[in-house]
Design a protein around this ligand. Structure first.
Ligand code: PGA
Length: 253
C-alpha cells in the first residue's frame, strides 16, 4: 500500500471500560514488533472521556496516543451539565480530538459550533481530527462536493496550522453500515478535498487525509491504490484489538 499511509485512528464511540486498557497494550505490542510499521506511523485511540486519564497515564508509547471524541464549545469551565471542554480533556492526557463527526452533527453540532470547537481545541494544543462527509441522499442528488465544500469552508475563517488538523472523509451512509464506496469514488473525493485545502491553507503542507466508514481487515485493501490517502478512521473494528491489528497488517501486505 502507499507509503503515505501514516494514521490508524480508532473511534471507540460510547464503548469501553478500564479493563480495556489491555487492548491498547496488545495493539502497542503488535505495532512495536511489526517491521513494516514505520516509526513515523501513528495509532491514535479516541476513547470515551472516562478512560482518557487512565489510558494516557499508563500508555507510554511513541506509537499510540490517546484522543477524545468530542467536547463542549465553551473555552472555560461553566454550568454545562454532562459536558467537558477541550482544556479539561487536554489536562487528563488527550492529545487528539475528533470533531464534526456525523453522529455529533446529528445531535445538533452545526458548522458554526464545530468551528468554535476546533478553534478552542487547537488553542488547547489538541490536534483535531475533523470529520466531513455526505449523506446518501446528498450523494444521490450529486451534491457530495457541494456539501464537502461547505463543511471545509469553516476552516477558511481562521488561520489554522494544517499540521494540527487531520481531515477524515466519512460518508455518513458508510458509517456502521458495512457499505463502503468504490475506491475511484474515494480517490475523486480526496482529490477534491486536497484541492479545496490548497485554496484554504495556501501552503505547501496540507492536512493529512483519512477515510472512515465500515473499514475492516477485508475491505482495507480496496483503498490500496489511493495515493491521496494518509490513513483510516476506524469505528467498530477498533474495539477489537484483533480486528484493528488485522487492518494494519493487511494494509502492508
Ligand atoms: P465504523 O465507524 O468504522 O463503525 O463505520 C467509523 C466512524 O464512525 O468513525
Amino acid at each position: 500500500m502507499t507509503n503515505k499511509l501514516k494514521y490508524f485512528i480508532g473511534n471507540w464511540k460510547m464503548f469501553g471500560n478500564t479493563a480495556d486498557l489491555k487492548k491498547i497494550y496488545q495493539i502497542n505490542r503488535f505495532c512495536s514488533s511489526f517491521k513494516k510499521f514505520k516509526k513515523s506511523n501513528k495509532v491514535i485511540m479516541c476513547v470515551p472521556s472516562t478512560l482518557i486519564y487512565l489510558f494516557s497515564s499508563k500508555v507510554k508509547s511513541k506509537i499510540i496516543s490517546i484522543g477524545a471524541q468530542n467536547c463542549h464549545f465553551n473555552e472555560v469551565e461553566g454550568p454545562f451539565t454532562g459536558s467537558v471542554n477541550s482544556s479539561m480533556l487536554k489536562k487528563v492526557g488527550a492529545k487528539y480530538i475528533i470533531l464534526g463527526h456525523s453522529e455529533n452533527r446529528l445531535e445538533g453540532d452545526t458548522n458554526k459550533i464545530i468551528i468554535r470547537k476546533i478553534e478552542i481545541a487547537l488553542k488547547n494544543n489538541l490536534k483535531v481530527i475533523f470529520c466531513i462527509g455526505e449523506t446518501m441522499q446528498e450523494k444521490l442528488k450529486r451534491k457530495t462536493f457541494l456539501i464537502l465544500k461547505k463543511q471545509l469552508r469553516i476552516l477558511n475563517k481562521k488561520k489554522f496550522n494544517p499540521n494540527n488538523i487531520i481531515i477524515a472523509y466519512e460518508p455518513v451512509w458508510s458509517i456502521g453500515s458495512g457499505k463502503i464506496p468504490k475506491s475511484y469514488y474515494v480517490k475523486n473525493v480526496l482529490k477534491f478535498i486536497k484541492k479545496e485545502c490548497k485554496k484554504i491553507f495556501k501552503k505547501k503542507y496540507l492536512p493529512a487525509l483519512l477515510y472512515g466508514g465500515s473499514v475492516n481487515a477485508k475491505n482495507v485493501r480496496n483503498f490500496s491504490s489511493i495515493n491521496e490517502l494518509n490513513g483510516f478512521l476506524i469505528g467498530s473494528a477498533s474495539q477489537s484489538p484483533k480486528k484493528f491489528i488485522d487492518i494494519i497488517r493487511n494494509c502492508y501486505k
